[in-house]
Design a protein. Structure first.
Length: 325
C-alpha cells in the first residue's frame, strides 16, 4: 500500500481544514433572525406564500424568519436590497420569474440579477392557460392555430398586462405555433378572462385561477396550459408541448434567492430546509389557494431554469421590440 509523504500529508491537512472552514458557517447558521424580503406589496400571492413559509422555516432553522415587504420599481427595490446585502444568509428574497428573467430586459436596473442574486430554492409555478370562447369552433390548440390563420386579420387574445409572463407566453406561442394572433391588454387576469367569456376577444392567455371557474361553467374552453408540466387544477388539459408544439414552455414560477456571493454550504442548507417546508401539507394548501402549484426541484435545475428563462424571454422581448412605458 502506498503511503503519503510529508508534502502530501500537509496538502491533505490544508484541504481538510479549508473544507471544514467553509462548512463551519453553515453548521452554526443561523444565530439571529432572518429577513425574507418580498419585493411586492402586502396581500398579494407572493406575500401570502412568504407568510405561509416563514413560520415553519423559522422552526426548522431555529431562528425567526421575518417577512419584510419592499415594493416598488417592478420588484427591483426589494430585489436590489437583497442583491447588495451581506452574503451571510440573513437576508433572502422571495420573488417571481419576472424579477430575474423578464423585467431586466424591459427596464434599466442598477444590479445584475444573474450575478448579484443566487438561486436557492424553486417553490412552484402559477398555471397559465390558453382558452377560447365556447362559440369558437377550435377544440384543441392545432385547431385554434388553423382558425386564427384562416381569419382574414387573425384573432386577438386577452392578457392581464403588457410585458408580463402571460403576454410574453403569447408572443412565444406566436412564434412556436406560427399563429396569427395579437394581444389585447386588460387590467388584470379577472377582466381578461371575462373578456373572452363576453366574446370581446375569441381567446385569452391568463392565469388558470381566473379561467377555471369560467371553464367549469361551460362558458369557455381551456385548450392547453403553458407550463412544462400539467396543472394539478386542470390535470385533463394538455401542456402546449403535448398539444402539438414540442419544446414550448412558459412557467410562471416563484423562488427564493440570496445575495450573489452567498456560499455554497449556506445555499445548500437553506435549499434543504425550504424543501422540507414545501413538503408540509399546510404550506402546499396555502400555495394552491394563491394559484401557485408547489413543486421542488434540485438547486442545479433551478439555476439552469433561471439562466435559460432569462435568455429565452430576453430574445422574445428584443425580437418583438416589446417596450413598457
Amino acid at each position: 500500500m502506498k503511503t503519503m509523504d510529508g508534502r502530501h500529508l500537509v496538502l491533505a491537512a490544508v484541504a481538510g481544514a479549508c473544507l471544514t472552514a467553509s462548512m463551519a458557517p453553515a453548521q452554526s447558521y443561523p444565530t439571529k433572525p432572518i429577513r425574507l424580503v418580498v419585493p411586492f406589496a402586502p396581500g398579494g400571492g407572493t406575500d401570502i406564500s412568504a407568510r405561509a413559509i416563514s413560520p415553519r422555516l423559522g422552526e426548522y432553522l431555529g431562528q425567526p424568519v421575518l417577512v419584510e415587504n419592499r415594493a416598488g420599481n417592478s420588484s427591483h427595490i426589494g430585489s436590489q436590497l437583497v442583491a447588495q446585502s451581506a452574503p451571510d444568509g440573513y437576508t433572502i428574497l422571495l420573488t417571481a420569474v419576472g424579477t430575474v428573467a423578464t423585467s431586466p430586459h424591459l427596464q434599466k436596473i442598477d444590479y445584475d440579477p444573474l450575478n448579484d442574486l443566487v438561486p436557492i430554492a424553486y417553490l412552484g409555478s402559477a398555471g397559465l392557460g390558453i382558452a377560447v370562447n365556447a362559440a369558437i369552433p377550435a377544440q384543441n390548440l392545432v385547431e385554434l392555430v388553423r382558425y386564427a390563420n384562416q381569419s382574414p386579420k387573425g384573432i386577438f387574445y386577452s392578457v392581464s398586462a403588457l410585458g408580463t409572463l402571460p403576454h410574453l407566453a403569447g408572443e412565444l406561442f406566436k412564434i412556436a405555433g406560427k399563429i396569427n394572433w395579437n394581444h389585447v391588454v386588460y387590467k388584470g387576469a379577472g377582466p381578461a378572462a371575462l373578456a373572452v367569456v363576453a366574446g370581446e376577444v375569441p381567446a385569452s392567455l391568463v392565469d388558470l385561477s381566473a379561467l377555471s371557474p369560467q371553464a367549469n361553467a361551460g362558458k369557455i374552453r381551456i385548450l392547453a396550459v403553458t407550463g412544462s408540466v400539467r396543472s394539478q387544477v386542470a390535470s385533463q388539459v394538455p401542456t402546449v408541448a403535448e398539444a402539438g408544439f414540442p419544446g414550448y414552455a412558459a412557467d410562471a414560477w416563484t423562488g427564493i434567492f440570496g445575495p450573489g456571493a452567498l456560499s455554497a454550504p449556506l445555499v445548500a442548507r437553506l435549499h434543504a430546509e425550504i424543501n422540507r417546508v414545501m413538503d408540509t401539507p399546510e404550506v402546499r394548501t396555502t400555495f394552491l389557494k394563491t394559484g401557485t402549484e408547489p413543486r421542488t426541484i434540485s438547486n442545479e435545475q433551478f439555476r439552469k431554469l433561471v439562466i435559460d428563462d432569462n435568455r429565452k424571454w430576453g430574445q422574445i422581448i428584443r425580437g418583438g421590440n416589446i417596450k413598457v412605458e
